[in-house]
Design a protein around this ligand. Structure first.
Ligand SMILES: O=c1ccn([C@H]2C[C@H](O)[C@@H](COP(=O)(O)OP(=O)(O)OP(=O)(O)O)O2)c(=O)[nH]1
Ligand SMILES: [Mg+2]
Length: 147
């Protein structure tokens, strides 16, 4: 169990704390902290604030992921999915949404527009070398094994 601190930023007293919608949900839904309703046009992207900041222990990251319902029904997804929230980031969590659908999409204050998933990171050391070992796959990739 990791304890993660979440701070409500000023002006967001009306928003719910990011929340899991079922007991074992992977993600905490994030709410749009827009001041007034926005209309996202097809093909456009937008940066949406969430009204919260995090303090996570070293070795944990948070990922900003799309909600599948918005993707399926409206073509709304997270442009940089999964967005990376670094453990040492203290700014507001923001969401880069992109509209891949066909109809204008309205975003209202408090809409659940993405979800935050916490992940454990391995501790690694990157070592630069001259040679890396051989494998049966070698440099084959990008469809090398066929359809
Ligand atoms: O969807 C996102 C992605 C990032 N961030 C914040 C938290 C993260 O720690 C910081 C930097 O993100 P990232 O490393 O992906 O962006 P960068 O372009 O490399 O910026 P930087 O040079 O600040 O690391 O921006 C968000 O709020 N939402
Ligand atoms: Mg970065």
């Amino acid at each position: 169990m990791y304890q993660i601190k979440i701070k409500r930023l000023p002006g967001n007293e009306d928003l719910p704390t990011p929340k899991k919608m079922s007991e074992y949900a992977s993600g905490y839904d994030l709410f749009a902290s827009v001041k007034e309703n926005l209309f996202l046009q097809p093909g456009k992207s937008i940066l949406i604030p969430t009204g919260f900041a995090l303090e996570m222990p070293a070795g944990i990251e948070a990922q900003v992921r799309p909600r599948s319902g918005l993707a399926l029904k409206h073509g709304i997804t997270v442009l940089n999915t999964p967005g990376t929230i670094d453990a040492d980031y203290r700014g507001e969590i923001k969401i880069i949404l992109i509209h891949l659908g066909t109809e204008e999409f309205e975003i209202k204050r408090g809409d659940r527009i993405a979800q935050l998933v916490f992940m454990k990171l391995p501790t690694v050391e990157l070592i630069e070398v001259e040679e890396i070992n051989e494998t049966p796959r070698g440099i084959g990739g990008f469809g090398h094994t066929g359809q």
